[in-house]
Structures are given as C-alpha cells and as structure tokens.
Design a protein around this ligand. Sequence first.
Ligand SMILES: Cc1cc2nc3c(=O)[nH]c(=O)nc-3n(C[C@H](O)[C@H](O)[C@H](O)COP(=O)(O)OP(=O)(O)OC[C@H]3O[C@@H](n4cnc5c(N)ncnc54)[C@H](O)[C@@H]3O)c2cc1C
Length: 546
Amino acid sequence: MIETELPSREQMINELKQNNSFDVVVIGGGITGAGIARDAMLRGLRVCLLDKSDFSGGTSSQSSKLLHGGLRYLQNYEFSLVREAALERERNLEMAPHLSKIYRFVVPLYKWSKTPKFLLRMGLILYDILAYPKSIGSHKNLGAKGIIKEYPFLKNDQLVGGAYYHDIRTNDSRLTLANIQSATSGHAIALNYFKVESWERVEDGVRVDAIDLETSEKLKIKTKVLVNASGPWSEDVEKLGKDFEGDMKIRRTKGTHITIRPKFDDFAILIVNNDNRPIFLIPWDEFTVVGTTDDEWKESNESVKASKEDVDYILSALNRLFPEENYTYDDIFSTWAGLRPLVYQAGKDERKTSRNHTIHNYGDVISIAGGKLTTYREMARQTVDKVLKNLGLPISKHRCVTANLPLWSAAYPDYETFSSETTNILRTKYNLGDDTAKMLIEFYGEATELITNIIDEDQTLAERLEDNLPFIKAQVVHAVRHEYALNPVNVLRRRFQIAFCKGNGLSSLDTTVDLMARELNWNADKRAEMTQMYIDYVNEFMAVPK
Ligand SMILES: Cc1cc2nc3c(=O)[nH]c(=O)nc-3n(C[C@H](O)[C@H](O)[C@H](O)COP(=O)(O)OP(=O)(O)OC[C@H]3O[C@@H](n4cnc5c(N)ncnc54)[C@H](O)[C@@H]3O)c2cc1C
C-alpha cells in the first residue's frame, strides 16, 4: 500500500509564495540535485529545488542507464572511483530493486581486439575484488568455444574468447524522478520549468531570482545555502551570481546512443571496439540500446544531438560484432545524445578525464559537478554534510539516512513477493497483458497502485496506447497527476520511454495529448502547440541524422 500523497506543482508554488525562505535551494533537477534534495529533506532542512526544464531533462535522461562500477576506469587506475561506484551499485539495488535489473555482461574478444585476454581477466578479477561484498554475481572467463556454446549468435571467425561479469541496468529518468518524489513526499519543494535567472549573496544568505516558465511569473527566493547541481551548466550557473567569482571548470563530452530492434533479452554485451572504446548493447523489452561515444563538445548544451559520424561509428561496431546482420540506418528506431559534465583536468584528454565528482564549497554557495548516475547518493551525502557544516548544524544530530531507506515507491518488504502478487492482480483484476504488468512493476514499483486507482475511475484507461507496445493510457494520466509531467515530451520520452521504440511514440501522440488536455484543461491552440512540440522534438533530437 503506497501511503504518501504527493503535492502538486501548483500546491508547491503556493507554499513557496507563502514562505520563500529556505535552508537550502538546489539548482538542477538531474540525478545530482534530486539526490541532494532528498538527502537534505531527510536531515530536517527546508529545501527548494528548481529546474529550468523537466526533471532529468539534462544529462540524467541521456545516459547508458547503468549502475556500474565502471570496468573501463580501471584502465585509468581509478580504483577508488570503481570501489565507490561498486558499493553504490549495491545500495541502489537495495533502495529501489524495481529500478535495478541485474544483467550478465558478455565480453567477446576478437583477433583485432586491442585488449588481450589476460588483461580482461585481470581487470575482471580486480572488478570483483573492488566490489566486495556484493550480491550480483562474479565474472567467469570463457574460451571461444564456451562463448559460442552459450551465445551461438556471437559465432565469428575472429572470436578468440572472452568473459562475462555482472552489472545493473536502471532507468535514469525514473531513478531521478523517484528521488524528486521522495523529496516532495517529505515536504521539500521541487519545481520543473522554473529557471534561475540570477542570484546574489545578501546579508543573511543568498537571494535567488527565478521565473516560472509556465506562467512567466518571477519570484524571489531566499536561502541560507545555495547548491549549484546543474551538471553541464555548472559554470553558467556560477556566472549567474552577481559579483561572484567561482572556479568550477567543466569539460563536456558528448555520448550518443541508438536503439535497434530487440536482439536478445537476458544478458548484455560489452564490445571492446577496435579503438579500445567500450560499446554496450543493453536489452530493454521493446528495443536494444547500443552506445556510446565520448567526444569533446564545444557547442551549446541545448543543441546536443546524435551526429551522422556518431551513428556511423556505433553501426560499424555493431556490424563488426554481427557481420551477417548488416545493420543500416533503416534498422535504427531512435537516437539520443547527452553531455558528461566532467570536471576539467589540465593535460588529460576527454577519455582520460576522471569521472569522479568535485565539490567546491564557497560557504553560502556550493557547486557540485562530475560524478555518475551510480554514485549520486554518495555525492548527495557529501554535499549535504557540507551544507550542514556551513549552517553550523552538527552532522551527529542530522545524520545521513539515505543508504538504508528505500526510495519513494520502493518500500515493499520483499521485491520478489511484491512483484508476483502485483502481477497476479494486474492480470486477473485488470486483465492486463504480461508485458504491461512487467513494465508497470519495473517502472513504478508500489506506485503501480496509483495507476490501478486511475483505471478504477475509468476502465478505458487500461487500453494500450499502441497495439504492439505494453504502455497504457492510465500512465499518461498518472504522469500528469503524480509525476509533474507538463508536456508530451515529459510523458513519452521520460516518464515512460515509448519515444525509444519503433515509431517514436508518434502513433500515441494524439491520444496522449487528448488525455493531457483533459487533465490540464488545454484548449485547441494549446493542444496543437503540444502536438507540434513533440513532433519537432522527435525530428530534432531522436531521429536518425541526415
Ligand atoms: C552518454 C552518457 C552515458 C552515461 N552513462 C552513465 C551510466 O551508464 N552510468 C552512470 O552511472 N553514469 C552515466 N553517465 C553519467 C551521468 O549520466 C551523469 O553524471 C549525471 O546524469 C549528471 O547528472 P547531473 O544532475 O549532474 O546533471 P543533469 O542531469 O544535466 O542536471 C542538471 C540540471 O540543471 C538544470 N539547470 C541548468 N541551468 C539551470 C538554471 N539556470 N535554473 C534551473 N535549472 C538549471 C538543467 O535543466 C538540468 O536538468 C553518462 C553520461 C553520458 C553523457
């Protein structure tokens, strides 16, 4: 039984207007800011988080969606980062099992591979040791025959052997949202489409000038400590400070992914490409994700998208693995690209730049950048410790509790039992297909109950959005009512990822806009605007580049 009702965006804005003073204001509703908001709220602070776009609208919906130690960082001797990430991978599994799916990652090696077998094996031994104690399974070395026996479609004259190890696939947008919902369920305020235009140190803290991009209303907010968690925008947000000299320096590198039709479903593949870069093939039910690239990005953050060169690079790696498939642009369902907000290190190229995070503590202002989706909880812990110190509050009285507390919608005592009982109800009482039941549980955890409540109000909302995909109409209503979705991109690209599937969700668009219009009282002009907005988004950011 899910207990907590979440406040709406409107309720939170009203609350903000009644009392605009906070202990901490967080700029950025990606995974970093969302984790900080949750942690700070749990330590008893009054928190307000603002994001100029959607929650996870920046890098946090553009990742490879893995909770991993980061096997390849061993090449850069980043042992402490791998150790920290491996421990956090385990914690994520405990905090939200429905958002953490363990996969075996098969690593085939070929005659052309630059990584010799012994190096892979040494790396995997170290990877397992650094993750000790862990519950997700160890690695195993395989000869060419062993690989072909277990994974016959990897048969290839060039294959010389390989291995497998284990990591976790998550859902980056939904992990971020679950942190936002954890924060708002505990009376933090979190507002998407609320842009910070400037800020200024004042006598007793920091004044933030923000604008509600939905209404153009401007508000002044006061905070004792300002946390800048704006990822690739970290330098820009420091520059918004009047007479403020910050020293955060970000190196942005672009990573592109594509999705193709599902090829296998119970394991993932890591290809060590012929230039020694890793390319993952990660199964989802409706598609396989393939990526990624890692190239310096000098243009605007808002314009990042897959280029033809990125897609050609990924396709050539894919065709080296499966020569008989001859994948072309026609096989690609969708593309996306995101920016890694790496902390600049002089003398290091983009691939050698550390994925570690950095916290710059300026007293009443703190900037945090870098890091990983996997390590967000630990990044939040360290940041909030600094906030408390700056506020003069003892950490001993405000201890971090996030390591042992489930995320919102993940408080089921035992995931296996929860999952099988819920599947049963979805099948028998709601007559939903197995694919829909599985997707709902993996996406929403306990909040699946909020979706069935919506179906109880109107049975037609149990209908699918598209015949051959598991997504149902009630998810659109739920996204508006409980997930702060304000437009079809929020719904179809981030609350559930129909945009990554064949057809990019365009066949679901009219129904989605109808359902949203009903919830949000849109008139005909607004409906037309929203429909066009989604079409433009897909063409610009998800289509195969011409
Ligand atoms: C291609 C790629 C693959 C990756 N794969 C993985 C992976 O598999 N596993 C892993 O652990 N990590 C992975 N990462 C890293 C991980 O995704 C990032 O470290 C993480 O998402 C960064 O989150 P963030 O919150 O710091 O930044 P963001 O998610 O970008 O959030 C910053 C937010 O700040 C907001 N903002 C900016 N300016 C303002 C303003 N003026 N007012 C209000 N809001 C503002 C933006 O709108 C944005 O939403 C990957 C990264 C990339 C690019």
